[in-house]
Structures are given as C-alpha cells and as structure tokens.
Design a protein around this ligand. Structure first.
Ligand code: MSP
Length: 513
C-alpha cells in the first residue's frame, strides 16, 4: 500500500537574537508529531527555517553594525544549530533570503495582483516593529505616554507612507464560511472562537508593502516597495515545496499542509491572512493551524532565585535533550500558557523518567541479564494477568493515534506513562525473583511479557525522546527500523534466544541543587 503524506511546519524564526525556550517549544511539539506520523507509516515532510526580512531584522543588523544579509547568515546558522541540539527531524530548513523563496513570493504577489486583490494607496496607522504587525486604534494602549499594543505589549510607532493594500475586507464573509466548512481548521477551540469573533467584527484592508526601508523582497515592477514581511514569511510554507512549480512532486504530494504548529501570538497571521492570501491566489488552504500557548518567561519568573532559567541550550547541556523534550511536552498543557522551572524539570525527570520508565527498563533488563544469561527467555502460554497487561496497549493504540491526530499531546503522554506504571506494578506483583526458585517457566513467561511491554512503551515514547529510546531498543536486540506503531501491536517481535544488554542507566536521577 502506498504511504499517505503528511506535511507539518513550525513557524520560521526571526533570527534577531538568541534562541530561547519559546522557540524550542514550538519546534519540539512539531517534531513529536512529525516523528509520530512517521512511526505510523506516513510519508512526512517537516519544515522549519528562518524569517529574515523586515524592519525588525534591518534595525537589529544596524545596531550590530552588520550588513543585514551577513547578520542573518550568522544568526540563521545559530538557529540551524538549534535544530540539531533539539534533535529535530526536519526535512528542510528554509531561509527567506534564498532565491527559491523570492521567486515563490513574487509569484504569489502577481497572482494577487491578477485576481484584483491588490491596489495602491497610502497607509497611515500604528505599526509594531517587534511584532511586524499593524494595529487599529482600539488595539493600542497608552502607558505613560508610550503607545503599545494591548495584545503583545510591544511599542508601536505611527506610520504614514505609500503602500499596496490587500483587499482583506472583501474576504470577511468568505473566511467566515471557510471556518464553518472547516471546523477543525483552527485549534484549540478557544483560539478558533477568538479568531471568528475578530473576523466578525469586520476586517480592514491590509497594507502589504512598505516604502520606508529596503530589507525585503521588492514588489514586482515597483522596486520602491518591499513586500510586507508576513506575506513574504507565510509563503515559505509553499516555497519549500517548489512553488511556483505546482506540478513538482513535492508540491503535489504535500500541499495543502496538514498542520501548521504556531504560538498563539501569531494566530491572526496564520488563521486569517494566510487562508485569505491563498484563496485569493487560487491555491489550496492548509488543513489545520494549531496555536499553542506560551511558556511564561517574564522578568520575575526568569530570575535565578526562582530557578527558572530559560536557555534551552543550557538545559540540554545540564540535563539532556530528551529530558528537556519530555518535560516540555508532559508538563506544559499544549493549548495553554505554562510556567516552567528547574525544580519542576528535576521532579519530572526523577518521577517519570528515572523512577518510573527508566527504573522499569533497568530492573527488567538487569534481571534478564543475570538470570537468563542475557537472552530473551522462551515464554509459555500467557495467563489472564499477562494478557490483560499486553492487551492494554494494543487496545488503546487507536485511541492514542486519535489523540495525536487531535493534538491531545498531554493525554497521550499520560496514557503512555501509565502503561509504564502498570508494568512496574506487574513486575512487583509477580515477583520473578521468587518464581526463579518455584516455577522457572512461569518466570520466563513473565519476563517475556514485560520485555514486550518495554518494547511497546519505548516505541510510543520514541517521538518524544528519540535518542534514549533508540538506545533502549538496541539493548533489546532490536533495530531502529523496528520502531514503528505496527510493532506496538506485534506481540512476537522479540525473538527468544536473542541477546539483550542491561546498558547504562537510561535516565539518571537528579539531586536537587
Ligand atoms: N517569524 C515569525 C513566524 C513566521 S511563520 C511564517 C515569528 N518568529 S519568532 O521567532 O518570533 O517566533 C517563533 C515561534 O516561537 C512562534 O510560534 C512563537 O509563538 C513562538 N514563541 C516565541 N516565544 C514564545 C514563548 N515564550 N512561549 C512559547 N512560544 C513562543 O513569530
């Protein structure tokens, strides 16, 4: 059977400073879904990259006395390195300064012009360089004489200049209809409500070009203007698939995207502007935009005394990348904001990884090493308790897939960790160390049954902790290719007589500071 395709993206990052935990979080979420779909035999394309144009980058480069392109080269490279440090499985890393992207953006612009959705006028209004966003008067607050966006708190400045406009107002009703026809286009539901309310209030035409700076893609046939950085940036999702060549295999296989993972701060761009641009350009719209919450990181919470330091690279160095990935996925509720702290990270590593899953692997593998000559034992017929344990995971597999398809990531992890808890209990209750003296064949059966559990739980944890799980799977005499959802259902994957190894402790316990 031919594989089904799945296209997933992260937002492309502004390379205007050091990568922080929010960047890491968005990417890790997308990577977990990408890896899970691959385990489910999907042909996955996973995209990330850097968003390098606009006034924010131009100003930042100037502050650093650097040419914007050279500035971006350096910082884009830092983000590329981050993808390695986070162990992302992205298939491509796109930069908006690349030629392939410029061609794609120019084509989309020309399509919008051709459809009559773009006109020339003058923009006067508020603009936040930090958000690269336009704001209406009622979206602005005055803080001691300084005008700020109510939503993001970033400073806004007054802009008056010639600008091309996209006729967003004409798309208002069509967008409402689009949301009705595609009820799962925006998730979670609370964000969908937010967007629909905003659109229903009325949409104004959107300024889509700037003339007061030059760092961007020039408007075709009017090089006084550069294209608005969000129209530029959003197009990356199709540039990477070889747009404008809509006949290309990549484009045909993967567009429309299945899932754009984004933070809630950039929902308006993805859930309103992006489908409107695509519909106007007569292109298909993505299937889903999931807006996750924020990792809270305000000044107070970031203080050392609270032990809540948010540098992902520092945490990876001290605790390990899988530990960080697991912690963020398990402890931050996907659709909501969440605070993180080093203390919680340590507790999570100790409770879930060291004491629960790690301990299960360690005690079972070392028992088999000592008592079965490091060989997978030959099982006898399973009794009810063995069947109950093994069937639990197999029976829940469809539900687990559904959870991942609905981005219910926290429920998924909870279930999987619970399997590990139940397996530990099984091992304690059946006391193979006593069976060794009284009933050797029963001991072998119990060990086989629990080894099989470790195999299945490992596969299910793989998308979250790929490095540790790959090691663990190899200790059990399996290969990387064996890590698939199909093998969660395969209760005979482990071959009796094959060698296993105890290996080092999978997840070390962390002492509090
Ligand atoms: N360049 C745009 C995205 C363009 S996509 C066509 C952008 N870049 S960003 O670098 O500012 O942010 C990248 C992602 O990180 C966004 O999804 C954003 O929501 C996320 N986060 C940034 N700070 C965050 C937190 N503190 N917490 C969680 N995620 C947040 O936006």
């Amino acid at each position: 059977m031919s594989k089904r395709n799945f296209y997933i993206t992260t937002p492309i990052y502004y390379p205007s400073g050091k990568p922080h935990m929010g960047h890491a979080y968005s990417s890790i979420i997308a990577d977990v879904f990408a890896r899970f779909k691959r385990l489910d035999n999907f042909n996955v394309y996973f995209l990330t990259g850097t968003d390098e144009h606009g006034l924010k980058i131009q100003r930042e480069a100037k502050k650093n006395n650097k040419d914007p392109k050279l500035f971006c080269d350096e910082l884009s490279n830092t983000f590329k390195k981050l993808t390695k440090s986070l162990n992302l499985s992205n298939n491509d890393f796109i930069r908006t300064t690349e030629k392939r992207h410029h061609e794609s953006v120019k084509e989309i612009w020309q399509r919008l012009e051709k459809s009559g959705d773009i006109y020339l006028d003058k923009y006067s209004g508020w603009y936040s360089v930090s958000d690269e966003a336009y704001y209406d008067d009622d979206e602005i607050l005055n803080e001691n004489g300084i005008k700020k966006s109510k939503a993001s708190g970033s400073i806004v400045e007054w802009v008056e200049e010639e600008s091309y406009f996209f006729k967003l107002s004409a798309w208002q009703n069509k967008l409402i209809k689009f949301y009705e026809n595609n009820p799962n286009f925006i998730l979670p539901a609370s964000r969908k409500k937010e967007v629909i309310n905003f659109v229903k209030k009325g949409l104004k035409d959107l300024s889509v070009s700037r003339t007061s700076f030059s760092w961007g893609i020039q408007v075709p046939n009017n090089d006084k203007h550069v294209i608005y950085v969000w129209l530029d940036a959003l197009t990356n999702y199709i540039s990477a698939l070889k747009f404008p060549n809509t006949k290309d295999k990549l484009y045909k296989e993967f567009w429309p995207a299945d899932l754009h993972i984004i933070g809630k701060d950039i929902l308006r761009f993805h859930a309103i502007y992006w489908p409107a641009f695509l519909l106007a350009a007569k292109l298909e719209t993505p299937n889903r935009v999931y807006g996750h919450g924020w990792i809270l990181s305000d000044e107070k919470k970031m203080s050392k005394s609270l032990g809540n330091i948010l540098d992902p690279l520092e945490i990876i160095k001290n605790y390990g990348v899988d530990q960080l990935r697991y912690y963020l996925i398990k402890e931050v509720s996907l659709g909501n904001d969440g605070s993180i702290s080093l203390e919680n990270l340590r507790n999570c590593i100790n409770n879930d990884l060291a004491n629960n899953f790690g301990n299960l692997c360690q005690r079972v593998l070392s028992f088999v090493e000592k008592n079965c000559n490091s060989k997978i034992p030959v099982p006898e017929k399973y009794d009810n308790r063995d069947n109950e344990l093994s069937n639990e995971i197999v029976q829940k597999l469809p539900k687990l897939k559904e959870m991942m398809d609905n981005q219910e990531l926290n429920s998924y992890v909870k279930e999987v960790i619970n399997f590990s808890f139940n397996s530990n209990k099984y091992f304690n209750d059946l006391e193979p160390w006593n069976l060794k003296k009284s009933n050797l064949s029963r001991m072998n059966t119990v060990l086989y049954c629990i080894l099989n559990q470790i195999k299945s739980i490992s596969i299910l944890l793989y998308p979250i902790m790929p490095n540790s799980i790959e090691k663990n799977i190899q200790l059990m005499g399996l290969k990387k290719e064996d890590i698939s959802l199909h093998n969660v259902e395969n209760l005979n994957l482990l071959k009796p007589g094959n060698s296993i190894k105890k290996g080092d402790i999978l997840f070390k316990k962390i002492d509090s500071e």
